[in-house]
Ligand binder design. Sequence first.
Ligand SMILES: *Cc1c(COP(=O)(O)O)cnc(C)c1O
Length: 451
Amino acid sequence: MAKKYERPIIIKVQTGMMNKFGSSPYYSRKIRTEIDGVAISDLVDKFGSPLFVFSEKSLRQKYRAYYNSFSTRYPNITFGWSYKTNYLPAICSVLHQEGAIAEVVSEMEYDKARGLGIPGNKIIYNGPFKNLRALEKAVKEKAMINIDHFDEIYDLEKIADKLNKKIKVGMRVNMDTGIYPQWSRFGLNLDSGQAMDAVKRMVSKGKLILNGLHCHIGTYILDTNAYAVEIEKMIKFGYEIQDKFEMKIEYYDIGGGFPSKIKLKGTYQEPDVTNPSIDEYAESITTALFRNLKGGDLPQVYIETGRGIIDEAGYLITSIVTSKRLPDGRKAYVADAGINLLYTAFWYKYNIEIDRQVDGTNEPSIVYGPLCMNIDIIEEGRLLPPMEKGTRLILSPVGAYNVTQWMQFIEYRPNIVLIGENRELDIIREAEDLSDITRREKLPGRLKLKE
Ligand SMILES: *Cc1c(COP(=O)(O)O)cnc(C)c1O
């Protein structure tokens, strides 16, 4: 094969012995030839590239690690799987098998959970928009509805009238926990008295019975103490309501937000250094529960962690399509997957592993996706070795938020494969073809091209 001409460039190579920082970054590279014992080459041969791969083993292990960490410290713990983080039926079903109930934030997700056989009373229904029809369905099916705003109170009161019954509801609150910017757009504000006003409204009408409090302070929260503040404020509020209005708060839903082991753009240290362990979150949270609950009270506690459980179970295999030299001297690659499949690329710095040994020094490189779109960049500035067309990159972790927030833009979405605990290989979402894209499109007869 003829070699392509490349303009020579000069880059500074820092050679030398291994030192306390490890070997020179100009030669170090991360190689991955398999996922859970299945060869990358086999996966691509069978299912194509790009390809999302999920590890059932790692998903179950992570769930159990979280569950055990909390349930050994507090007796009434239930996890609600945050559907929006990843609502592939196979992923949800693994977590439901492990004992998680469903946490949904829209009618679509609610229907999805019901479709997977989850009964209404095992669905936590959150979110700022619940239409009247969905609310009525959720009430009839006895879902745990966490009210987000005043209009939802009025809607639920109408439904209570229509069905001629009182409805048990929870309420989402927001508050200052030391995490900024504060997520104040969801739920009713506790610090300002707004949340108490909402309770008074419910009590005065007598149609809704408040039995739960919910809060979700944000995502990728690195401060374990923020949860302790959240819990202290919620429980104090809960007792205040109980004392004033003779309502019993039966559950506290403390939301999600635990980080995964992914480096955020703009951070210097590795997640292993910056991120508290699962046990540290569990310790902070359960200590705050025991410190603030009155003797003998052990209400149900729900945890809605999404990212923390699923992110590291997901990989994306993508292939190098070509490389070129940019005028500024940087090496540029085009890969067959980009931000169309990797919504989290905007703030994540993925682990990048390659499927083979390659020779040559590493260079600052930029990896573009396949889109005709200037912002389609997976990685800029990392030191990568010279890679030929066909080299596979394995990006991780990508299990959270990508396969729900991906976008339909000029490309088909690829296969998603689940590797079972005994290395079973199952497609859990089939690659799209043109019929998926055009199925709902309509062409008025008068616009059809004449023969
Ligand atoms: C998104 C969301 C979660 C999950 O958040 P993570 O940061 O992925 O753990 C939990 N609860 C609610 C209400 C959410 O909106």
